[in-house]
Write a protein that binds this ligand. Structure first.
Ligand SMILES: Cc1cc2nc3c(=O)[nH]c(=O)nc-3n(C[C@H](O)[C@H](O)[C@H](O)COP(=O)(O)OP(=O)(O)OC[C@H]3O[C@@H](n4cnc5c(N)ncnc54)[C@H](O)[C@@H]3O)c2cc1C
Length: 370
């Protein structure tokens, strides 16, 4: 082999939460995989301080995947000795019994609360007319701690290099990765490159229809008198306060992030409109919402995070895992919570095990427009 041509068993592209989880799952199986990322691990879509772990999804198979993932989160917590998901729970408004069907099917604990009980489920919330659905085993993911733990477990396997392209060589033996200083030939490649996954996967004939848009998440300070009251993750689908919104505490910091949910609430990066103006408008809408719906928060943002959101045609809870000979690619949205489970599935796929039927079905569903 020429000096710039190198061999690898398994390559992972991307050191976000998914690439790190897959690298860790392979390491635990005694398999060496090199994980390529030209940037600081965990600074792509996995950046920021909090994400929601919740069980409820429209698709019952995704509810089951979330429940399986939680068991694996607990194993990560046990191994690391760190809290990775807080015990805050998640509270939803605007849900019906049908929306909770997946929770019932998969035995996920949940309850309906109203009146005084609703007030004690989420201290800073204004009264709402309909009952709230509570998922007590949900919580806020400690994203930075998670990345820190995964980096510590995989530090000897991370190569600080971007992969420019992935191709099938003419002789069909393995898969080639083109990096800054070498052409690697790997037996299997896991593409976990976030926003770049569709471009890299296209090189091996995998077509992923992924939309990208900018999403604005300001955060607000919890008023002192509410600091000791329950502060769960929040999904407001009722719209009684004029918006549909999600929210999440930032650990125990006393800050709470909120973001808009629904159609047209992300900023299209290609529509030629001034991005800043749209983002400011979203912050104003969220501050008005906080004033009405969350009187326990000070309605003046104390910080902001703007991130790229990736979405499959099936909507914001859709995800997909695609395979081609020697390659597995993963993408979707709201995948932080699924990281331990997807890490296992990706590792299995790299070692020649097929994908579970429900993951293939969920992938197909994610490709269908809603
Ligand atoms: C605003 C917002 C709110 C969210 N809320 C939630 C939530 O509440 N719950 C939840 O579960 N999830 C949530 N998510 C989604 C979740 O954060 C992402 O799905 C998850 O972090 C994706 O991880 P990843 O590893 O696939 O991608 P990333 O973290 O983006 O990692 C991809 C990595 O690939 C690297 N890379 C890219 N191109 C190349 C290349 N050519 N060569 C080498 N490396 C490359 C990048 O540098 C990056 O580090 C949210 C996301 C956003 C943006």
């Amino acid at each position: 082999m020429k000096g710039y041509r190198k061999k690898l068993d398994i390559a992972v592209i991307g050191a976000g939460v998914l690439g790190l989880a897959a690298t860790e799952a392979l390491a635990r199986r005694g398999v060496y995989a090199m994980c390529f990322d030209g940037r600081t691990p965990g600074q792509g879509q996995s950046g920021g301080r909090t994400r929601t772990f919740r069980h409820r999804h429209d698709d019952p198979d995704v509810v089951r995947m979330a429940a399986d993932s939680l068991a694996l989160w607990r194993a990560w917590e046990q191994r690391s000795g760190r809290t990775l998901i807080g015990g805050e729970g998640a509270v939803y408004s605007g849900m019906t019994e049908a929306d909770a069907a997946g929770l019932l099917t998969h035995g996920v604990p949940h309850e309906w609360v109203d009146g005084d009980k609703a007030a004690t489920a989420f201290g800073p919330l204004a009264p709402l007319s309909a009952p709230l659905l509570v998922d007590p085993t949900a919580g806020a993911i400690r994203t930075r701690t998670t990345i820190e733990v995964l980096r510590a477990w995989t530090s000897d396997r991370i190569a600080n290099q971007d992969v420019h392209g992935v191709t099938v060589p003419e002789d069909g033996d393995g898969v080639e990765l083109h990096t800054e200083d070498a052409i690697y030939r790997a037996r299997h490649v896991l593409i976990c490159a976030g926003t770049e996954t569709p471009r890299l996967a296209a090189g091996v004939g995998i077509d992923i229809p992924l939309d990208q848009a900018l999403h604005t998440r300001p955060h607000y300070r919890v008023r002192d008198r509410f600091l000791d009251s329950p502060l769960p993750c929040w999904v407001d689908r009722a719209g009684e306060f004029g918006e549909t919104v999600y929210g999440s505490p930032i650990g125990t910091s006393g800050d709470f992030v909120v973001g808009l949910i629904g159609q047209g609430v992300d900023v299209d990066m290609n529509d030629g409109l001034p991005v800043g103006t749209e983002m400011e408008a979203h912050v104003r809408r969220l501050s008005t919402y906080v004033e009405k719906a969350l009187p326990g928060l000070v309605p003046e943002p104390v910080g902001l995070r703007v991130c790229v959101m990736t979405k499959l045609p099936g909507g914001s809870d859709s995800l997909g895992v695609w395979t081609a000979p020697g390659v597995t690619a993963v993408t979707g949205h709201n995948l932080f919570k699924m990281a331990p489970l997807l890490g296992e599935l990706l590792a299995d796929s790299a070692l020649g095990k097929g994908l579970p039927a429900e993951v293939r079905r969920v992938t197909e569903a994610g490709m269908a427009s809603v």
